[in-house]
Ligand binder design. Structure first.
Ligand code: FCB
Length: 434
């Protein structure tokens, strides 16, 4: 299938009773988005979802991961549930099911209601309760038809970029800010899972982490140690609390100040699946100036292929992460919930956009998925990021990951070669199934 997120595609930011999220505030702050765009309209998916579902159906897509916008469902963050906001997802889900596409909903993909940010956002531990209430509202309405639910999208990325570097919403910076945002997300993920589990017995519950291999930029012991700290901040700060009930060794003391009795038990709850977003590995060096545990990005080895954003490409890295989950985390059932690449695409010609590099990226990573399965990893499915070109956060509309090209001026959709490629694979797999 394919994956999207609410703020990146929906637009219609004032329709159906939605109120602003931290991304509305951030994208309207001059200088925050590389090309000055925002998500006010984005792909106008809120209004164009029937056509978008049709494109999935035509391509033989079997599943679709989307996210629900908290500011549509509970516009003030807490309190009154907005039925009109849920109506949109109701229509979307019915359309998907009508076309035989399995919906997977993610409850939080970074668009926190601004009203909650005004009350401290992820720095306020009350958010664990606020999130559980929101989760109950969404699942209460859609849980009869949507069975797989993911709690959070990439909590470590949201903590690092949104609350540490400050280049994502809400634009906060520094180590203490990052640490609070990380712990309270972990906690909310736990309270959310427990709240929703109590609601219905027929759901498949999980959460989504961004995972990647972290390599030292050199064999210098300082770089090796920095890479271990970065690995803790990126990967195990999410994995260890969920699967082991503890924070990774380098930061146990740091988090001890925030952890209240019962927190780790609240976080360590069984999940039916883990969503894993995979893009590529990072090389890390010791950097005393880096806010993140003095671990900063180092030089990528010469000759490493990269995407337009400079992200290193390694399909083998996908196998490494999956085998790590197999060996160190009890081999949980995994879905690749995002995988994809940003390239400079040519203009549509004869009804298609030729994106051979994206096709090759996806092909290589699907081969890696097969390899991981042969090595005994419990990999259950694959969602490409993303269905549509969309609002790529701080990069704005200028950076494209879609399987389908979007002309943001006309909202015209044009399939890319990668959409056609994936479609062929999905149809072949469907036909081969007994
Ligand atoms: C991931 C995000 C997703 C998208 C891709 C490119 O970190 O989850 O929204 O922006 O990166």
């Amino acid at each position: 299938g394919a994956s999207t997120s609410s703020y990146q595609i929906e637009g219609a930011v004032k329709e159906g009773g939605r109120k602003p999220s931290i991304w509305d505030t951030f994208s309207h702050t001059p200088g925050r988005i590389a090309d000055g765009t925002n998500g006010d309209i984005a792909c106008d998916h809120y209004n164009r979802y029937p056509g978008d579902v049709e494109l999935m159906a035509k391509g033989g897509f079997q599943a679709y991961r989307f996210s629900i916008a908290w500011p549509r469902v509970i516009p003030d963050g807490t309190g009154q549930v907005n039925a009109a906001g849920l109506d949109f997802y109701d229509r979307l889900v019915d359309k998907l099911l009508e076309r035989g596409i399995l919906p997977m909903a993610c409850l939080y993909h970074w668009d926190l209601p601004q009203a909650l940010q005004d009350r401290g956002g992820w720095h306020n531990r009350d958010i664990a309760g606020w999130f559980a209430d929101y989760a109950r509202a969404a699942v209460g309405r859609l849980g009869d038809r949507v069975k797989p639910w993911a709690m959070l999208n990439e909590p470590s990325v949201h903590a690092i970029f949104g609350h540490g570097f400050g280049n994502h919403a809400p634009g906060l910076t520094g180590w203490p800010s990052y640490v609070m945002a990380q712990h309270h997300q972990n906690l909310a993920q736990g309270t959310g899972l427990t709240a929703v589990r109590a609601l219905r017995g027929d759901l498949k519950l999980g959460t989504v982490f961004s995972l990647q291999p972290i390599y030292p930029a050199s064999q210098d012991p300082a770089d090796v140690a920095a890479a271990q700290r970065f690995d803790a901040c990126w990967n195990t700060i999410n994995l260890d609390p969920l699967f082991k009930g503890s924070y990774p060794a380098p930061f146990e003391n740091v988090f001890a100040q925030l952890v209240k009795p019962g927190d780790m038990e609240a976080i360590r709850v069984p999940v039916d699946f883990l969503g894993m977003n995979y893009y590529g590995p990072s090389w890390i060096k010791h950097d005393p100036a880096a806010f993140l545990a003095q671990a900063g990005y180092g030089a990528v080895p010469e000759g490493t292929p990269r995407t337009l954003l400079g992200w290193p490409i390694s399909a083998q890295g996908l196998v490494e992460v999956l085998t790590r989950l197999r060996d160190q985390y009890g081999n949980p059932p995994v879905f690749i919930t995002e995988n994809g690449a940003c390239y400079e695409d040519p203009a549509p010609a004869n009804g298609v956009v030729q994106d051979p590099e994206r096709v090759e990226y996806i092909r290589a990573h699907l081969v890696a998925c097969g390899e991981a399965i042969r090595q005994g990893c419990a990999l259950n499915g694959y969602f490409a990021w993303s269905l549509l070109d969309n609002f790529e956060w701080a990069e704005g509309e200028r950076r494209r990951f879609g399987l389908i090209n979007v002309d943001f001026a006309t909202q015209q959709r044009t399939p890319k070669a990668s959409y056609l490629y994936l479609s062929q694979i999905m149809r072949a797999h469907a036909a081969a199934r007994p």
